[in-house]
Design a protein around this ligand. Structure first.
Ligand code: UDP
Length: 488
């Protein structure tokens, strides 16, 4: 696949230390490998160790010429509240990771020609600018949540924050262009922007990682987020929408390798595949899949409300419960899944600590998804045509949940109420009573997603444009004749 030193630029890709970010950027890395680029993929050490322990990524990527993994020491920030943890993590990165990363870039051999940094790690962009290497921010979140974070200074300037108590949660926020008619206080990013004081240290944590630039990459597709993308284009004239990335990669690999089924895990946890065997024995569209992603923490009480709601709904469910995701009243980790859940109602529910989610969502037995609306989960559900019940937890998830339910009409919103009665009703609405309306909207969106990554589709064309632009930029930097030939 090597195309010579000038046509084959060396690209450095660096994701934030989270499952969703590593997933998206590894997929982008593989797509760029397929285009013949040399990729160095940088991971935080602790993340990389888990990735290698639970997947075959090293073997899989070794087939790409010039691909290498590199690691950078992990950060040690800790806090039981995710938004506080993120704030501390970013502070630590700025102090500790930035200088190490800069040295790595300067000393890189072969020299780095282009840097794709995670949109939530502004320091990567800053280093690239400092050392004079072309760079772009890649946003692993939705366009709608990116745009909300971007617009927060205007929301504050218009005095639409802070939020004045629970009764203020349904007030409309009118300063995010394109969302004036439906974005409520409760839809602002949880943990960061739903503040009761403007001086809250978390308010601008994500916003200040966003850099002003000509271009950016977003893991979304035009047909899903067109109106919001039009708003973003006023500030960022060049946007490469190349999602849904997981489906894009699958489609490309299928067309190249002529493989019907392609599965590639990038999990940081050990995947329990027994749930696929369990699903194989369930009737079509009869099972609700329940997963709150890799970061969500819930109290034992919330867990039990979900449990009773699910059992009372009398629908079958497959539930992912990471043992570290449940805390007791003192905020301490429960460590183990309560026995009651493991023992009771076995014939109705199946619980695993980590599932092969993409495969689960694509399984014919799945009829709905109770989700925290993480962006990867949302896109995976959209591609699989599975309707959602939204229980957003923090960050971008609240905005995603609002778009899923109010704009795209792909599911139901729990409106933050974690109560067994609400869970039971939502499950029955989604799986039975309102099933018809969701079957149509989810099938339509799944088809649009599929088309966008197919040859000639919007995301496929954007990826080609990105590849071409990187090549041209590289040739220009080398002042090559090939570049001049290309222009003439
Ligand atoms: N995931 C998985 N198995 C699980 C739960 C989640 O493979 O049991 C994957 C899921 O497919 C998704 C990612 O983990 O790609 C979670 O990312 P998302 O953006 O949805 O949420 P986050 O974990 O960042 O909150």
């Amino acid at each position: 696949m090597e195309q010579g030193p000038i046509l084959s630029p060396h690209i450095l890709i660096f994701p934030a230390p989270g499952q969703g970010h590593v997933n998206s950027l590894l997929k982008l890395a593989e797509l760029l490998c397929l285009a013949g680029f040399k990729i160095t993929f940088i991971n935080f050490q602790n993340i990389h160790e888990r990735l290698v322990r639970h997947t075959d990524v090293e073997a899989r990527f070794s087939k790409y010429y010039g691909f290498q993994f590199k690691t950078i020491p992990g950060c040690e920030a800790e806090d039981p509240r995710p938004a506080d943890w993120v704030r501390k993590l970013f502070q630590e990165m700025e102090v500790k990771s930035k200088p190490i990363f800069k040295k790595m870039v300067i000393e890189s051999n072969p020299a780095v020609n282009y840097i794709i940094g995670d949109g939530v790690m502004g320091f990567v962009y800053d280093v690239a600018v400092e050392v004079g290497i072309p760079t772009i921010q890649m946003h692993c979140i939705s366009a709608c949540s990116f745009w909300t974070f971007f617009s927060i200074p205007d929301v504050v300037a218009a005095h639409q924050l802070p939020i004045k108590g629970k009764e203020d949660m349904d007030r409309l926020i009118t300063e995010v262009p394109g969302m004036e008619r439906f974005l409520r206080c409760r839809d602002l990013p949880g943990g960061f922007c739903q503040v009761s004081h403007i001086s809250d240290p978390n308010l601008f944590v994500i916003t200040k990682e966003i850099r002003q630039s000509q271009a950016l990459i977003i893991n979304t597709f035009e047909e899903l987020e067109g109106p919001i993308l039009s708003q973003i284009r006023i500030r960022y004239p060049k946007i490469y929408t190349i999602g849904p990335l997981h489906n894009h990669l699958k489609t490309k690999l299928r067309s190249i390798e002529k493989q019907e089924s392609y599965s590639s895990s990038t999990s940081l946890w050990e995947v329990d595949r027994t749930c696929i065997t369990w699903l194989d024995n369930q009737p079509s569209q009869s099972v609700l899949y329940v997963s709150f992603g890799s970061i969500t923490i819930m109290t034992r009480q919330q867990l039990m409300e979900f449990w009773h709601g699910l059992v009372n709904s009398k629908k079958k469910f497959l539930w992912v419960i990471r043992p570290e995701c449940v805390i007791n009243q003192d905020g301490d980790n429960l460590g183990e899944i309560p026995e009651q859940l493991q023992e009771g109602e076995k014939e109705k529910g199946y619980i695993v600590k980590w599932a092969p989610q993409e495969e689960v969502l694509a399984h014919k037995a799945i009829g709905g998804f109770l989700t925290h609306c993480g962006w990867n989960s949302t896109l995976e559900s959209i591609v699989a045509g599975v309707p959602m019940i939204c229980w957003p937890y923090f960050a971008d998830q609240q905005v995603n949940g609002r778009f899923v339910t109010e704009v795209w009409k792909l599911g139901l919103d729990m409106n933050d109420v974690c109560d067994r009665g609400v869970v039971e009703k939502m499950v029955n609405d989604l799986m039975v009573d309102k099933r018809e309306e969701f079957v149509k909207s989810t099938a339509r969106m799944a088809e649009l997603a599929r088309k966008s990554v197919s040859e000639g589709g919007s995301s496929s064309s954007c990826l080609n444009r990105l590849i071409e632009d990187i090549r041209l930029m590289n040739m220009k930097a080398h002042g090559s004749d090939t570049y001049k030939d290309n222009l003439s």
